[in-house]
Write a protein that binds this ligand. Structure first.
Ligand code: MN
Length: 484
């Protein structure tokens, strides 16, 4: 299934590369001990280093390096044992140094691979070009005062991982799947919270178009898109703009653009002619970052089970379908919840209840799995009650409704509401006899060969027993009695 956009001159292919800036989960900044918590009062988390006071020297935060290496390992990437921090020079009001400490020629992480599960069941492998560590800038606040711009340096110096993909993506859907997968991997690793609304994961999108079989044409970069949906929209809109240009006899100029979701357009921010010459050079205040292979191996040994491996295990160990396994392994918390539910129980039933019954409720109420009104232990107990025939699947749905409201253990609800399934042969037999005696016409119908009335009889008996009779026993007894 290849994606293309139909223009006046035929089909166009879209070529996409993504640069993700992911804020490193760490209590302190990349080169200072200042705190990093989101939402603090402006300028309360700024050390002398972050404010670029004269004579201050940066000191690398080992925790941030560890997080970058762990992320590289999670992306199946090459870890470079020697990497170099360089100064990227540019003027920006909220960048006190006048440069950003980043990595350029020698990033800490090299090429890797991200596997995407596409909706049609295929797997797409997308190349990662590199991952490097760099500082974030501060923030200019233009909306606090009509005449002034305020600067908040809380974010200045916070560690970012810039993760650059190869131009391997070919459709808005693939780009969306890549971002979601990246976020899943980062969250599993605990190296970035992946929160795009709070800006802890931001995305720059490189887009170009071409005719099938051509080499790469000129690309444009759309800066700082802050949701997966906007990334997908921006790609489509930008690709169409480029196609219109080419087909109108014009050409695409390499430039940086902004996506405006309200107007549904991208517009020019700065062109290549005005592009900065960053004059990168190795930061003389920092030695090259040199890592031991043993250090990398130790981090690798302690990585959590990652989503692809978990998904494969869910299929082989629990016999789940690819779709169910992918859904349940998509978030670490959902996977943990599921495994608690499935512990010692029918895994397919556990998957079904977690995805369908509970999933629908969480979706409707806008809750995450960690906010679930029903605990994994309780949902597991409910499935236990179905499996040992204490309740039918139908009654289980009623019990689940009560669990949602009260948060009670299902066994207690079944007990107090008297919902226990009737498996006593005598009681069911009596109900069957009664139903046959009350409905001689239907009974005759059955005996004269119309077996379709069986279902109707089962319905009558279930109604008479408040839905509590074991349906399998009702069926067996009914056939026996009607047949005689
Ligand atoms: Mn960057």
């Amino acid at each position: 299934m290849t994606y293309s956009i139909q223009g006046k001159t035929g089909d166009w292919e879209v070529v996409i590369g993504l640069e993700v800036h992911a804020q490193v989960t760490s209590d302190a900044k990349l080169f200072s001990g200042a705190a990093t918590e989101f939402g603090a009062e402006p300028n309360t988390q700024v050390s002398l280093v972050d404010a670029a006071m004269p004579g201050m020297l940066p000191v690398i935060n080992a925790k941030c390096v560890e997080q970058a290496v762990r992320t590289g390992l999670g992306l199946n990437a090459k870890i470079n044992l020697t990497s170099v921090f360089e100064r990227k020079n540019y003027f920006y009001p909220d960048l006190p140094f006048g440069y950003q400490i980043s990595q350029f020629l020698h990033p800490v992480v090299g090429e890797g691979i991200v596997a995407l599960d596409m909706p049609d069941g295929t797997v797409r492998e997308v190349g990662v070009e590199r991952l490097h560590l760099e500082q974030d800038a501060g923030k200019s606040l233009h909306d606090q005062n009509p005449h002034k711009t305020y600067i908040d340096l809380n974010r200045a110096g916070v560690a970012l991982m810039e993760i650059v993909s190869k131009p391997d993506l070919r459709s808005p859907e693939e780009a969306g799947a890549y971002l979601r997968k990246m976020r899943t991997i980062l969250r599993y690793l605990g190296t970035c919270d992946g929160n795009m609304e709070q800006g802890s994961m931001r995305c720059d999108v490189n887009v170009s178009v071409r005719k099938a079989g051509e080499g790469l044409r000129t690309r444009c970069e759309i800066k700082n898109v802050n949701s997966v949906r906007f990334v997908m929209q921006a790609i489509e809109i930008e690709a169409e703009r480029q196609i219109d240009l080419y087909e109108g006899g014009g050409k695409v100029v390499q430039e940086t653009r902004l996506y405006d979701p309200d107007k549904g357009e991208t517009r020019s921010m700065r062109s290549k002619e005005e592009a900065h010459d960053y004059r990168y050079f190795p930061d003389p205040d920092l030695l090259p970052l040199v890592l031991d292979q043993a250090y990398v191996d130790a981090l690798k040994a302690k990585l959590p089970e990652l989503p692809d491996v978990k998904k494969a295990r869910f299929m082989s160990a629990y016999g789940l379908s690819l779709a169910d396994a992918a859904q349940l392994s998509g978030e670490r918390e959902i996977a943990e919840y599921f495994e608690t539910v499935a512990q010692g129980r029918d895994p397919k039933l556990a998957a079904n209840w977690t995805i369908n019954e509970l999933g629908a409720v969480l979706n409707k109420r806008g809750l995450s799995i960690t906010e679930s009104p029903v605990s994994a232990d309780h949902l597991g107990n409910l499935i236990g009650l179905i499996m040992d025939n204490t309740i039918s699947s139908k009654i289980a749905k009623d019990v689940f409704e009560v669990m949602l409201e009260t948060g009670e253990d299902p066994a207690k609800i079944v007990e107090s509401k008297g919902l226990k399934q009737i498996t006593d042969t005598g009681a069911i037999e009596a109900a069957v006899d009664q139903a046959i005696a009350d409905n001689p016409t239907q009974a005759e119908q059955y005996r004269s060969g119309d077996q379709k009335v069986t279902g109707w009889f089962v319905g009558q008996i279930m109604k008479a027993t408040g839905g509590k009779a074991n349906p399998k026993m009702v069926n067996e007894l009914l056939r026996k009695k009607l047949g005689s």
